[in-house]
Write a new protein. Structure first.
Length: 426
């Protein structure tokens, strides 16, 4: 491939600084060669706020305390590389017409993903799309089909698959001390946004046709990415959901309401699932609840045929040990380097490295090259998340195949009609 891969960032989202920090880790480690050559924002001010340190409007204040990717300290493209500054564009067609990019990273609200991705793919531009993949399974299926038809990379910006604890759990299940999954649980109840805050100060997250769903989609895709990475494919889902807060608010420091949104999506779900391999599991999450949040120890619990682990810890008869210590003792250095090249463990950096390398392989003639978090994997995780909502709507268990192929889409029908998605599912 001649020269650095030219990247266009579409959507000046609050998550962008977290991505930029991961990308800088790659450049600092000399792992890949790319330049951000385009920024697409809803306004010139939005794009300029990320272009070059010292220009444009000041950064937006964080929407939550530190520790979450949405609260990563602000960063500029000029902090990544000093030899190239991106051009700013008002929309995707303008960026594509300028021929400014080889690949696009979509960080826009989920309802815009399919239209923007299809435009980029039709122009021969590879796409890395922030999770969730799309606003419905039909929308996601159209994206996957277009990428596969044109031989382009469609990847998902889903860090779960690149997370150290998830990789270690997968090792412990496949070839380590846990063994095939018999039971698994993830999630918890209440959150920073409970009981009635507007999540991330983004009202669209609470409107069905714009977001697809509430936490079942926003968080459920993360959870099912974890489940599928560790335990294999999901067979069926049975779930209940509720909308506890009919209206949500943003309040100032004095507690006065400065914004409000009427909600038509769920804000809590409980789901049971069955794996193709025969194991079972459960998921819960909520944006509601009065009182402190409660989560599974370590965020996840996996019981297998030989043992169990909680998050990154392995339970043994005489106590718990770090999974990483056990894995380092048994895995070769080549596996560790493949997982965390040159010591990089930033999940957004690792997923972007996978994307860049996959594009390079495609451009080098390997038409079958796929990201670990490929568009098709993202489609399956989206279908599993929508199975929560389809099950709740139908009052019965639904299979992943029913949701993937459009045989269970009572909940999604309104979304597909809104966006004119008349094609069948995957």
């Amino acid at each position: 491939m001649a020269g650095p891969l030219r990247i266009g960032v579409v959507g000046m989202a609050r998550i962008l600084p977290s991505h930029l920090r991961g990308w800088k880790a790659l450049l600092d480690a000399g792992l890949c060669d790319f330049r951000v050559t385009a920024l697409v924002g809803r306004s010139p001010e939005g794009a300029l706020s990320f272009r070059r340190r010292g220009e444009g409007p000041p950064p937006r204040p964080p929407v939550m305390p530190g520790g979450d990717p949405l609260a990563a300290p602000h960063m500029y493209v000029s902090d990544l590389h000093g030899d190239t500054l991106p051009e700013c564009y008002a929309d995707v067609p303008a960026m594509l017409a300028a021929g400014a990019v080889d690949a696009a990273v979509l960080l826009t609200p989920v309802g815009l993903h399919h239209g923007q991705a299809l435009a980029c793919l039709s122009a021969g531009v590879h796409v890395l799309c922030e999770k969730p993949l799309a606003v419905s399974v039909r929308a996601g299926a159209a994206m996957v089909a277009e990428a596969e038809r044109r031989g382009l990379v469609l990847g998902l910006a889903e860090g779960v698959r690149y997370d150290a604890s998830v990789r270690l759990q997968r090792w412990a299940v496949e070839s380590g001390p846990v063994g095939p999954v018999e039971m698994m649980a993830l999630g918890g109840l209440a959150s920073y946004w409970a009981p009635d805050r507007i999540v991330a100060e983004t009202p669209w997250r609470h409107r069905k046709v714009e977001a697809g769903g509430g936490p079942a989609i926003d968080i459920g895709v993360h959870q099912f990415a974890h489940v599928r990475a560790v335990a294999g494919e999901v067979r069926e889902v049975s779930a209940v959901t509720a909308r506890v807060a009919a209206e949500r608010f943003t309040r100032d420091a004095a507690g006065a309401v400065v914004a409000a949104v009427a909600c038509d999506v769920e804000d809590v779900y409980h789901a049971a699932f069955r794996l193709e391999g025969g194991g079972t599991g459960q998921l819960s999450f909520s944006w509601c609840g009065r009182g402190p949040a409660s989560f599974w120890p370590g965020g996840s619990v996996v019981y297998g045929a030989r043992g169990m682990c909680r998050g990154g810890r392995l339970a043994l008869p005489d106590g718990e040990v770090l999974l990483e210590e056990r894995a380092r003792a048994e895995l070769g250095a080549d596996v560790w380097e493949r997982w965390f090249p040159r010591g990089v463990r930033d999940t957004k950096g690792l997923q972007f490295l996978d994307f860049v390398r996959t594009v390079e392989r495609r451009r080098g003639g390997d038409r079958g090259a796929q990201m670990e978090a490929s568009g098709r994997e993202g489609l399956h995780e989206l279908a599993a998340a929508f199975a929560i909502l389809e099950s709740a709507a139908a009052g019965r268990a639904v299979t992943l195949q029913e949701v993937l192929h459009g045989r269970a889409r009572t909940y999604q029908r309104e979304i597909d009609e809104h966006w004119g998605l008349t094609a069948p599912g995957a």
